[in-house]
Design a protein around this ligand. Structure first.
Ligand SMILES: *[C@@H]1O[C@H](CO)[C@@H](O)[C@H](O)[C@H]1NC(C)=O
Length: 359
């Protein structure tokens, strides 16, 4: 059996863990951490001490090899869990208006299929891990990596000025090892999963920005330090959602010259070419998705979903219609600035209509 998709799986583990434990690990700190000095950054929380991280690794659903890597890398288990949380939240945000809203609880059938949604899950998971790991390095939460030093002199200078670049180089290198690539003639699913995983990593890479800061007498910029900074994960999520919208359906073809299976996207109608390999930025899928209208092993259906009458009710409710409820919402009104210096408001109440999909 090939190893399970680590992050998608880590995401599921996150849901499986007792809520308290998940919340504690998400917020990371207990206040009792040993503080260690970090180059130019004052203090930062140390990774979990002693054998704590070994236990954390055992809690995650990882392959045997991944568990070994996890044990050797203090700080990684927490990073994995933070990444799973980040990936899941972003997925739910990007799909908040779709029939499938990324609610995975108890409905993991999707991970074993080849839908567009599966493709997105793989990509957003690997993107979240790439992002979180690079940040964890620069924030001093990992024992084996620190700030980005790939720019040579420039980033060294940045170090001295107390800025620490996000370590994407370490993150991607570690990740390709961690996710592992099995040799041999992978099947179509394995190829597609690996491809989509790579799309996620690439999306984070292409969002890397160089940020500079001026120093010198009254901002004269006599000295400038620059460092690499990841873009906010929301932007990566948006990129991946666009890729989902334009995902490419693939089938397989044996590459005779290489003697192995390749992904192959049939030509669009009216095109003269016979078909192409998908581009490295395309999300790929193999199966058309179900409608997600009714409860199934893939989704809870759309009954009870709140929709917008102008925009989404007709598609979200799948033609079953919607219920209209009115509710009163309080808001601040008639606000006045009082001398000095606060704003005084009254509470007003307004009626608001809420539309929810019928059962
Ligand atoms: C997704 O939709 C279901 C109803 O179909 C709802 O119960 C659930 O809370 C929604 N999840 C999110 C994250 O919005």
């Amino acid at each position: 059996m090939r190893p399970p998709p680590v992050l998608a799986l880590a995401g599921l583990c996150l849901l499986a863990l007792p809520a308290a434990a998940a919340a504690a690990s998400y917020f990371g700190l207990t206040g009792r951490e040993v503080l260690t000095p970090f180059p130019g950054l004052g203090t930062a929380a140390a990774p979990a001490q002693g054998g704590a991280h070994l236990k954390q690794c055992d809690l995650l659903k990882l392959s045997r090899r991944q568990k070994q890597l996890c044990r050797r890398e203090p700080g990684l288990a927490e990073t994995l869990r933070d990444a799973a949380h980040l990936g899941l939240l972003e997925c739910q945000f990007q799909f908040r208006h779709e029939r499938w809203n990324c609610s995975l609880e108890g409905r993991t059938g999707l991970l074993k299929r080849g839908f567009k949604e599966t493709a997105f899950l793989y990509a957003v998971s690997s993107a979240a891990l790439t992002h979180t790991l690079a940040r964890a390095c620069s924030a001093g939460r990992m024992e084996r990596c620190t700030c980005d030093d790939s720019l040579g002199l420039e980033s060294r200078q940045a170090w001295q000025w107390g800025v620490c670049g996000d370590n994407l180089k370490y993150s991607t290198k570690f990740l390709s090892n961690f996710l592992g690539s099995k040799r041999g003639n992978k099947d179509l699913r394995a190829r597609a999963d690996a491809h989509n995983t790579h799309v996620g990593i690439k999306a984070v890479k292409s969002g890397l920005r160089t940020t500079c800061k001026c120093h010198g007498v009254s901002g004269s910029c006599a000295v400038r330090t620059c460092w690499k900074q990841l873009s906010p994960f929301r932007e990566t999520g948006q990129v991946l959602k666009l890729r989902y919208d334009s995902a490419v359906k693939v089938s397989s073809a044996t590459n005779e010259a290489l003697g192995r299976l390749e992904l192959w996207a049939p030509a669009r109608q009216g095109s003269l070419t016979k078909g192409l390999a998908p581009r490295s930025g395309d999300l790929v899928y193999m199966e058309d998705s179900p409608s997600f209208c009714r409860p199934s092993k893939y989704s809870p259906g759309t009954a009870g979903r709140v929709c917008s009458r102008e925009a989404s009710c007709s598609s979200l409710c799948c033609g079953r219609g919607y219920d209209t409820q009115s509710r009163l919402v309080a808001f601040s009104c008639h606000c006045q600035v009082q001398w000095c210096c606060y704003v005084e408001c009254q509470q007003c109440v307004q009626e608001e209509l809420v539309y929810t999909c019928k059962h």
